[in-house]
Design a protein around this ligand. Structure first.
Ligand code: C2E
Ligand code: CA
Ligand code: CA
Length: 757
């Protein structure tokens, strides 16, 4: 018998004992016994039959799945020495095992009936009363010829005891009377049965007194049974335990139903866990039939609980640190979120990630890395409140669920910040792993929750994204901000789209004219455009940083340069512009600092036969400042090849102007923000004045960009700015519009400057 069967068997036995005690009808009890046996033997063609002996005839007791015609045909059969298996068994008061109905002489008279019903073997056991009489038979039929096996017979015999208990009850009298008598009759049988049970069987009266104690495990009792009998629960149990047990007894007696109750108890053999099934037994004591009693069958489930605990440990705790894992964290978080929203409080979680943990892992190996993680966990735990939850949710990722909550959001976020600082302070001291000392740093992302329900997974993700944001910003602690999160999601989409933009020819180049002080077109700035299929034009301000991260700037740059070269060839051929016109191209920082930038550039333009002198390369002040020494060398090289170098967005880099003297520049572009300020304030104007003055000193051109108004134009021309660029003259346009636009421009060099938009 396997474990599942054994457990089921015990369960059925207990149920039946209480059913018998409760006075459930004989038929119901026998049916239950028969079905259970069929279930436990688990063969598709096994049929159980229980027959009741009345006088010298066998009457049907229970046969839940046996062929109905067959049952009807043998109903009332007289027992005798050659009457099939059952008739013979009852007659001889002895088990009869027939493995082949078709050949066994006992079946000569009945085999036709049986074979017709598909029955090929039949083993029968007599059911014998406590006083020695045969009560009936218990049979197993099989749809195939089958030799007797001990296992099944043992099972049958176990149930025979129960069946006899059921059958001995006098069903003709009223139930209570029947029970009264039956119990009296069978008390020793019941006792011996209960005594053999692996479980503890206790009978309590309605006041919680121990009436009887049975069972083969005396050590499972809180005291030896001789000391318990007659005592009250409250005399022997801790008060809380006796009270809860008493409640169960009362509830069981009032509701008259079986109850299951789990409890831990320090018994004679030590602390154990029990699962009890409790059923009422009316009229238990024949002398005081009105007094209520319950049968309390307690199974020791300590081992099972221990196994459950281990399983729980495995699935809810991290093996390395023994900290709760993501799963358990989510459960706890869900509770805390509910609490917060129910009570109108704010709560929060901290997502902590170690910086550069990979480097440590690479140095000391994975096991060293584990040691380090354990040490980190220990240090953090020391800084936390006992009720905070620290969970490990990934390799070097921890989440702290703060126990503390507050109705005041501002005060709460302050104290969360303090908690984060405390946690980060554990990294002030170095870590020693396998004789190596490491300085480790970490970052924390925080997400708060409050009045609305939010899924734990979502909160954790939010805190994680805040942590990534902290990384990006170079901060140690960052709070999650939903607008940031939305931007991130959008960015991920954009990244995906941008990778395909090149293949789909969605990238093009627009040109914005640049004019001189008398309004003559002196050149253009090439500006990249991305025409997104759904979003329309996406500004380069948005996608250039993305393109840098994706590493596709070289491809984009090449596309722009080829386009520009194509335009230059067309313009040269058309002879519509002054012979010294130039086209300005923006160069990204990441591109500019590359060694092969120069070669790539020359390769492209020479392919078009365009001389470097046609091109101005714009780099921002920021790009130059990133690495001044390198920038100077690179710029000198490019200049010596014939390119013009222009400093874009000049004035926004907050740099000391002194460095400018060292730079080989041909042009400075006054940033739009200063041009905007011209008419707004004296300071605005003086900044522009200073930049113009400085350029003069350095001997380079000045370009004012973002010129939108007459007044700005007037001022700038008055200051003899060399080149103007802005919507006031023309917006950036595609090449199809650019050519007609050029045609419209007055050819006379002498044309005074005027609005041309
Ligand atoms: P930038 O080099 O400072 O370009 C000037 C920006 O100002 C352009 O925006 C232009 O359309 C805009 N602009 C010009 N005149 C006016 C005006 O009167 N009023 C206003 N409000 N705006 C004006 P755009 O085309 O969106 O380009 C933005 C930035 O993207 C550029 O700033 C540049 O840094 C970068 N970029 C554009 N094309 C390329 C490219 O081919 N390569 C690289 N690496 N960066 C590029
Ligand atoms: Ca530019
Ligand atoms: Ca600019």
């Amino acid at each position: 018998m396997n474990e599942v069967q054994a457990e089921r068997l015990l369960d059925v036995q207990q149920t039946l004992i209480s059913q018998i005690a409760l006075g459930t009808s004989q038929k119901e009890c026998l049916e239950r016994i028969a079905s259970e046996i069929e279930y436990l033997i688990a063969l598709p063609d096994v049929f159980c039959s229980i027959l009741i002996l009345e006088g010298s005839c066998l009457k049907s007791g229970a046969a839940p799945s046996l062929d109905a015609d067959y049952c009807a045909a043998i109903e009332g059969v007289k027992i005798g020495p050659n009457v099939g298996s059952c008739g013979t068994a009852a007659f001889k008061k002895k088990s009869v095992y027939v493995s082949s109905i078709s050949t066994d002489p006992l079946w000569t008279d009945y085999k036709e009936l049986a074979l017709k019903a598909g029955l090929r073997a039949c083993w029968s056991v007599p059911i014998i009363a406590s006083y020695g009489d045969v009560l009936g038979t218990f049979a197993l039929y099989f749809g195939h010829e089958r030799d007797v096996d001990k296992e099944s017979i043992r099972l049958v015999k176990r149930f025979c005891n129960l069946a006899s208990l059921v059958m001995e009850r006098d069903v003709n009298e009223s139930k209570s009377k029947a029970l009264h008598q039956a119990l009296k009759h069978n008390s020793h049988r019941f006792e011996s049965f209960a005594q053999a049970m692996p479980d503890l069987v206790l009978i309590f009266d309605e006041d919680g007194n121990y009436a009887d104690i049975y069972g083969s495990q005396p050590d499972s009792l809180i005291l030896p049974s001789s000391l318990l009998k007659g005592r009250n629960l409250s005399d022997v149990m801790p008060p809380a335990k006796s009270m809860s047990m008493m409640n169960v007894i009362r509830q069981c007696l009032v509701e008259k139903t079986r109850t299951v109750f789990e409890y831990d108890l320090d018994v004679q053999e030590g602390p154990r866990s029990f699962e009890a099934r409790i059923s009422p037994i009316p009229h238990y004591n024949p002398d005081y039939p009105e007094r209520g009693h319950v049968i309390w069958v307690a199974t020791d489930v300590t081992e099972r609980k221990r196994a459950d605990d281990t399983i729980r440990k495995l699935s809810f705790y991290d093996a390395v640190t023994s900290l709760p894992n993501r799963r358990l964290l989510k459960e706890r978080l869900a509770l805390q979120v509910r609490k917060a929203s129910d009570r109108g409080l704010n709560g929060g979680i901290l997502y902590l990630d170690l910086n550069d943990f990979k480097r440590i892992n690479d140095t000391v190996g994975a096991s060293g890395g584990d040691l380090m993680i354990v040490e980190v966990a220990k240090r953090i735990a020391d800084e936390l409140d006992l009720r905070d939850s620290l969970a490990r949710v990934g390799g070097d990722d921890f989440v702290i669920l703060l126990d503390q909550m507050s109705p005041n959001l501002k005060a709460f976020s302050n104290s969360v910040t303090t908690a984060a600082a405390k946690v980060l302070s554990v990294f002030d001291e170095r870590f020693k792993v396998a004789d190596n000392w490491f300085r480790v740093t970490a970052r924390i992302g925080i997400s708060l929750f409050g009045h609305e329900h939010i899924a734990p997974e979502k909160l954790i993700n939010q805190a994680e994204s805040a942590m990534y944001r902290a990384k990006e910003l170079g901060e140690r602690v960052v709070f999650f901000d939903s607008s940031v999160q939305e931007a991130q999601v959008e960015r991920i989409h954009m990244e995906y789209d941008l990778e395909r933009a090149l293949e789909n020819h969605e990238i093009s180049v627009f040109y914005q004219p640049q004019v001189n002080g008398v309004g003559r077109v002196v050149g253009f700035e090439a500006l990249m455009r991305w025409q997104h299929p759904e979003r329309g034009f996406v500004s380069p301000l948005e996608f250039i940083p993305l393109a840098e991260q994706l590493g596709i700037i070289p491809e984009l740059q090449e596309l722009v340069l080829r386009h520009v070269c194509g335009l230059i060839r067309v313009l040269e051929a058309s002879k519509k512009l002054a012979p010294d016109f130039r086209v300005a191209v923006n160069i990204s920082a990441c591109q500019f600092s590359k060694d092969d930038f120069e070669t790539a550039l020359l390769d492209i333009i020479s392919g078009f036969n365009v001389p470097p002198s046609r091109l101005t390369l714009e780099i921002t002040e920021g790009t130059v400042l990133e690495n001044i020494d390198n920038a100077i060398i690179q710029m000198q090289n490019l200049q010596s090849l014939g390119f013009d170098m222009s400093i874009d967005d000049f004035g926004t880099g907050y740099s000391s102007l002194a460095y400018l003297q060292k730079l080989p520049v041909n042009e400075i572009k006054i940033d739009k923000s200063f041009v905007d300020d011209i008419e707004l304030s004296d300071t605005g104007r003086s900044i522009v004045d200073v930049i113009i003055y400085l350029s003069r000193q350095l001997g380079c051109r000045v370009v004012a960009e973002g010129v939108e108004k007459d007044s700005q134009t007037e001022y700038l021309v008055g200051k003899s700015v060399d080149v103007l660029q802005g919507y006031h003259f023309a917006r950036p346009m595609p090449i199809e519009t650019l050519m007609p636009w050029i045609d419209e421009q007055p050819t006379s060099i002498e044309t005074p400057l005027a609005k041309r938009a």
